[in-house]
Structures are given as C-alpha cells and as structure tokens.
Design a protein around this ligand. Structure first.
Ligand SMILES: O=C1O[C@H](COP(=O)(O)O)[C@@H](O)[C@H](O)[C@H]1O
Length: 231
C-alpha cells in the first residue's frame, strides 16, 4: 500500500477527484465502460460532491458500494442516500447503472448479503474500489475483532454488532475488495493518524483490517497531512 500525502483535506479531495476523473476517462476510452465501488464516510462523500462538478461520461459508468448500512431504503444513514445527494442526483447516469446494496425492506440481513453477492457477480470486474478508514482502522464494514476480516467464499457478508452505528451492515469481504484492479483509500484528520501509522507499519489484520487491502494493480492510501502526521 502506497501512501500519497496531500497538504490538507481540501487538497486531498481535489486531487483524488482529479485522479478519478482521469481514470474514468482512460477506462472508457480503453474498454468502453468503468465500474466503481464507492465508499461512504465523511471524506468519501465529500469526494463525490467534488466529482459532481467534473465532466465525466457518466453514461459509461456503473456505480456500486463497498459497504452499506442495513436500514430502510432512503434512510439518511445509508451510504447510497448520502451519495445520491452528493453526486448521483446531480449527474446524468442511467438508473440501471446505480447498483445499490439491498436495503432492510422486510428482508433478512443474510438474504441481503446473498442478493448483493449475486449482484456483484453479475456486475463483473470492478475497476476501482474506494474505501474510507475509521480511527479503528476499519475499512468498508470490516471492523477489528469481528470475524468479517476472515470471511471467504462470498463477496458480500452480513455484519452484525458493528461498533459504529448502525449495528447491521453489508460489507465487501477482503477478497472482493482485493479482486478490484485498483483500491484507493481516502483518509483525513488527526483522529486517523494512529490507525494510519499502524496500518502502514504492518499491524495484525485482525486488529487493523485495512492492512489486508491490496488491489490487483494498485493500492493507494490518500492522506491529508493530519492523517499522515505519525508517519
Ligand atoms: O461507517 C462507515 O465508516 C467508514 C469510515 O468513515 P469516515 O467518516 O471515518 O471516513 C466508511 O468508509 C464506510 O463506508 C462507512 O460505512
């Protein structure tokens, strides 16, 4: 995992939006389409707001999410709802190319994880997975001390007892994240500095799930100066 340090949070968001705009253009030119897994979280959502201003050929882009909070559709807690407000409602993307992870509309959490795994299979290869990282070094909804870090055989898992509310979530497994060509983490703030140092220092994956992240071609950890302050 390669750290890329930006001057401040605004600089990080602008630089990653630039990179994302270029990457999508390159992928569309080369393969006719781009498939991106978005992240929730504060920086991830700010990034989407910046991207809404960019000249991207959204008709060729498919979006999904690397994790989701298992609450009812349209809840403001859902990563997808936040992404719709920041980006999706502001761009010309065909509705069928926005592939939300299932909401808790009368279905079981396990059933939702199965449906999400089937949906990902249908989507095919993911060109880029975006991830935030919590102060506890969680990525997607893979938290320290929970069994999800070791989940195998399924692209999306049910997460119960998340220490960060809401407790029920859906999450890409490390296998699904690492099947992406590229993985970019976006991490800002002094409260993340200790986790950043532990992850880049090679902590145990069970205690710092971000350690287990490795894209097939590229793994970047975009940091602002505060998040990088203990390196
Ligand atoms: O709950 C979540 O948190 C992480 C990190 O969020 P942040 O606000 O600390 O950046 C996020 O990546 C994840 O998608 C989300 O569900």
């Amino acid at each position: 995992m390669k750290p890329v340090v930006h001057e401040d949070r605004a600089g990080l968001v602008a630089a990653v939006a630039d990179s994302l705009e270029s990457l999508i253009a390159e992928l569309v030119e080369r393969q006719g389409r781009a498939t991106i897994a978005l992240t929730g979280g504060s920086v991830g959502t700010e990034l989407l707001g910046a991207l809404a201003e960019r000249p991207v050929d959204w008709a060729r882009v498919t979006l999904t999410w690397s994790d989701e909070r298992f609450v009812e559709a349209g809840s403001s807690e859902r990563n997808a709802t936040q992404a719709r407000a920041a980006l999706i409602d502001r761009i010309a993307i065909p509705g069928g190319q926005v592939r939300e992870l299932p909401a808790a509309d009368g279905r079981s959490l396990d059933g939702a994880a199965e449906a999400a795994t089937a949906m990902l299979r249908e989507l095919g290869p993911i060109d880029l997975t975006l991830l935030g990282m919590g102060p506890d070094a969680h990525v997607a909804s893979l938290f320290p001390g929970l069994p999800g870090v070791y989940a195998a055989g399924s692209a999306v898992i049910a997460v119960r007892d998340s220490p960060k509310p809401p407790p029920e979530r859906l999450s890409f497994t490390l296998d699904a994240i690492n099947a992406s060509d590229r993985v970019w983490l976006v991490v800002a703030g002094a409260d993340k500095a200790d986790a950043v140092a532990r992850v880049l220092g090679g902590a145990d994956v069970a205690e710092a799930p971000a350690v287990g992240v490795a894209g097939r071609r590229e793994t970047l950890m975009h940091l602002d100066a505060e998040a990088a302050s203990q390196l």
